[in-house]
Write a protein that binds this ligand. Sequence first.
Ligand SMILES: Nc1ncnc2c1ncn2[C@@H]1O[C@H](COP(=O)(O)OP(=O)(O)OP(=O)(O)O)[C@@H](O)[C@H]1O
Ligand SMILES: [Mg+2]
Length: 240
Amino acid sequence: MNFSYGDNLRVLNDINLTIKQGQTLGVIGTIGSGKTTIANLLLKLYDVEDNKIFIGGTDINKINTKNLRDNFCYITQENFLFSTTIKENINLFDDSFEEDNILESIEKSAFKDDLTNMPDGIEQIIGEKGITLSGGQKQRVAIARAFLFNKNFVIFDDTFSAVDNKTEKIILENLKQLLKNKTAIIISNRISDVKIADKIIVLDQGKIIQQGTHEELIACDGLYRDFYIEQSSNMYLKDI
Ligand SMILES: Nc1ncnc2c1ncn2[C@@H]1O[C@H](COP(=O)(O)OP(=O)(O)OP(=O)(O)O)[C@@H](O)[C@H]1O
Ligand SMILES: [Mg+2]
């Protein structure tokens, strides 16, 4: 499929992509290559022509938008937080979750230690008592939502960029468990995030220029291997 925002330049070019149920797709690529656009289209945030995107064999335009979104957990790139408690930022104002489950999701998203510095714990209101969150802390609060909501479809868009490597590793281990029987997309510019995927696509200027598993992609010349070499030589990313 192709896609443009309004009359602007084409953003997705000849994208032909299948994600098998229960599998994880990794999406890596250059800046502005259309990674977030793919996620936005799957959530029906923009209109597409009929018979271009199918979910479980059904044209996305025939799926009720609310039903569709109810089955997704989309951790967006901006990871917007509300000026309310940590708890409500994780349960998104849904009181039906048990506190234990919220605490468990906090542990899995590696936010537990941060919580000990908050005078009111999970009832801490962000922005009060001088409590502001760093970029990495905001990302981990957003990641906790994925563990709590436990949806069938999960999309992480650039969710680990501000998380340090050691913490990222812990979260990814927990994520592997969470994503076992789910259909998921991990969008990232870091090899260490997408390498856990069953299949990885490499995007450049709206086109899929490479696809395969991590092992396949590092074995051949191309942008993926360039990223790999660049990121493995970075002293902060020795663990790839
Ligand atoms: N709402 C929009 N209206 C018009 N153009 C847009 C819109 N959102 C994105 N674009 C353009 O579409 C292209 C792809 O954007 P997209 O956000 O999908 O890229 P990305 O790969 O996620 O980038 P990044 O690595 O910065 O997150 C870019 O050229 C961007 O400027
Ligand atoms: Mg993006």
